[in-house]
Design a protein around this ligand. Structure first.
Ligand code: SF4
Ligand code: SF4
Length: 164
């Protein structure tokens, strides 16, 4: 598809691109694989004009295999939406909760949208049903303190909903 689009001078943007890859694929190895497939850039997040300039310059490099560049992406503390914690025995929607909290509420500082999206998470999948078993944290490749984060998310975003 990328080759066909390029032949027609059509740009492509994909999101959540790592979801179809094997579960143990890291962000860096996924980025390298996509670069091998012929994409021009990998954008983890753009938070300000300086970051945009940096990504733009990287995308224009002739050498499209910049492992050092990929490795320098700071994803510490961030949920990469890899889905490994989807095995929560209580069915807590961890990915959705963290995406809403970390991306919309914290990264974008857009609490209205974060609350709107949080409201779409059913009570049966909210942090309310977490038993604190810790299984998700043993699975998370980002070593996130998931129990703490989802509790924070609930406290911040569920006001007036569910039980808080
Ligand atoms: S600690 Fe909570 S969210 Fe994590 S797996 Fe256990 S029940 Fe699910
Ligand atoms: S919380 Fe961890 S395991 Fe769950 S989707 Fe995010 S990065 Fe993956």
């Amino acid at each position: 598809m990328i080759a066909n689009a390029r032949a027609k001078d059509i740009g492509l943007l994909t999101m959540k691109s790592t979801r179809a890859l094997p579960q143990n694929t890291t962000f860096v190895s996924a980025a390298k694989r996509f670069l091998d497939d012929g994409i021009d850039s990998v954008v983890k997040s753009i938070k300000d004009p300086e970051a945009l300039k940096e990504y733009w310059q990287a995308a224009r490099l002739d050498d499209k295999t910049p492992p050092a560049k990929a490795a320098s992406v700071d994803i510490a503390g961030q949920c990469t939406l890899c889905g490994l914690c989807g095995q929560c025995p209580e069915g807590v929607a961890i990915q959705d909760i963290l995406r809403t909290y970390q991306y919309y509420a914290l990264d974008l500082a857009w609490p209205e949208e974060a609350r709107r999206q949080y409201a779409a998470i059913p009570p049966s999948a909210s942090p309310d049903v977490c038993t604190g078993c810790g299984r998700c944290e043993t699975l998370c490749p980002q070593a996130l303190p998931i129990r703490t984060l989802i509790a924070e998310a609930h406290a911040e975003l569920a006001f007036g909903q569910h039980h808080i």
